[in-house]
Design a protein around this ligand. Structure first.
Ligand SMILES: NC(=O)c1ccc[n+]([C@@H]2O[C@H](COP(=O)([O-])OP(=O)(O)OC[C@H]3O[C@@H](n4cnc5c(N)ncnc54)[C@H](O)[C@@H]3O)[C@@H](O)[C@H]2O)c1
Ligand SMILES: [Zn+2]
Length: 365
């Protein structure tokens, strides 16, 4: 297996590379130097991630002749805000950054979404590079160009499509990633197998122990394949007018669960794991797939350390939250449901009663 994997993402009128490798951050500065004209760059990160990897990136960029600014955002989803985006814009204006300037997002999905959003609006859009450091960011949020900040009235409600110039995915960064973040990211990896690639799903089933040990070759394989699948889907439907919605498998119920539990109980991936199992249960209920699909999902997710059971939350709250989701068109719920492992379909018109019947244990909080 090659040491560095390169995956091309084709988007409107151009393409960009995702480079995946161990210690690829060391190669990033000179590779960036080869593809940009401008000299001004700001690294947006947080103190945890910057503490591990920031200095190396900053020094590398300086050695390539870049003028480097650093902006550190406090850690946490609650800082993925308009205010933080504005702080970044203010720094750029004060430093006289022009339209050739580059924003480098060094961190997890929070940093990627926030820095990406700032890049999408600064002087009507400047170059963005993604340096993802969580598994979730490496397999999902750094790829595909969705950038956003949260609004008090809803997550990711203020955003744009802004494709990066490139993505440098450093497998070494995962060494410092807390176990819970690692496992949460695996839910999205399982999702790719479930929606697109039965063989990949089987690979995951066969390599559970290697995945848990974060064996480098297996990690490279699962990140590479996940990015390939996302690139393929985004390449066909950049603005989510069709098949990109498949990526929302497990997310309809997952989002509702996150919301009802006020984003305090579950990491996103954990809620998605539960959401995938219950989406599969709905599919069985409407006779779209066999019960073995639920079992396969449950077994794999459980072995990887992810939750698969609906907790003790009010079903009415879940339903209410489902109907407030931004993806509900004209009050009609849209679900991504499995036909089999590796194949999902976008289904409209699932009734609240069906959902209620499928969410096993309808007890009140
Ligand atoms: N744009 C998209 O397409 C897309 C897709 C999925 C999720 N998202 C967004 O991504 C966000 C979640 O991202 P996340 O799960 O990466 O969370 P996160 O960015 O909050 O990172 C999780 C935690 O890990 C820490 N961390 C990051 N890298 C580390 C490393 N290498 N070593 C040690 N600690 C590290 C962070 O400081 C943080 O505390 C959400 O805001 C979600 O909306 C966006
Ligand atoms: Zn997700």
């Amino acid at each position: 297996m090659p040491q560095v994997l390169t995956i091309k993402v084709k988007v409107s009128h151009r393409s960009y590379d995702i480079k995946i490798g161990n210690n690829i951050l060391a190669d990033f500065p000179h590779q960036l130097n080869e593809i940009v004209q401008g000299r001004q760059i700001i690294i947006v990160s947080n103190s945890i991630v910057y503490g591990y990897y920031g200095q190396q990136v900053k020094e590398g960029l300086i050695a390539q002749g870049f003028d480097v600014l650093v902006y550190l955002v406090p850690d946490g989803e609650e800082y993925k805000t308009w205010q933080e985006a504005e702080n970044i814009l203010t720094i750029l204006l004060e430093a006289g950054f022009n339209r050739d300037a580059v924003i480098a997002a060094l961190g997890g999905g929070v940093i990627g979404d926030l820095a990406g959003f700032a890049a999408s609006i600064y002087q009507r859009g400047i170059d963005l590079v993604q340096l993802p450091t969580t598994l979730l960011a490496q397999v999902d949020s750094s790829v595909g160009g969705k950038v956003a900040v949260n609004h008090p009235l809803g997550k990711n409600m203020i955003g744009a499509f802004h494709q990066p110039l490139g993505v440098w995915t450093d497998l070494k960064a995962l060494n410092t990633l807390p176990e819970r973040e690692w496992i949460a990211g695996l839910a999205e990896v399982v999702k790719y197998g479930a929606i697109w690639d039965e063989e990949f799903f089987a690979y995951l089933e066969e390599n559970v122990q290697h995945i848990k040990n974060r064996d480098l070759d297996v990690v490279r394989e699962i990140i590479g394949r996940s990015c390939q699948i996302k690139a393929e889907i985004v390449g066909q439907d950049e603005k989510e007018q069709g098949i990109r919605a498949m990526l929302n498998f497990g997310h309809t119920i997952g989002h509702a669960l996150e919301k009802v539990t006020e984003y305090k109980i579950y990491r996103h991936g954990e809620a998605v794991a539960i959401g995938m199992v219950y989406a599969a249960k709905i599919a069985v209920y409407i006779e779209m797939c066999s019960v073995q699909i639920v079992e396969k999902l449950e077994i794999l997710l459980r072995k990887l350390g992810l939750p698969v059971e609906m907790p003790d939350v009010s079903m009415d709250l879940i339903l209410e939250s489902l109907y407030l989701d931004k993806k509900v068109r004209k009050k009609e719920l849209v679900f991504v449901l499995p036909r089999k492992i590796g194949q999902v379909e976008i289904i409209r018109g699932i009734t609240p009663q069906t959902i209620k019947d499928c969410l096993d244990r309808p007890r009140n909080i």
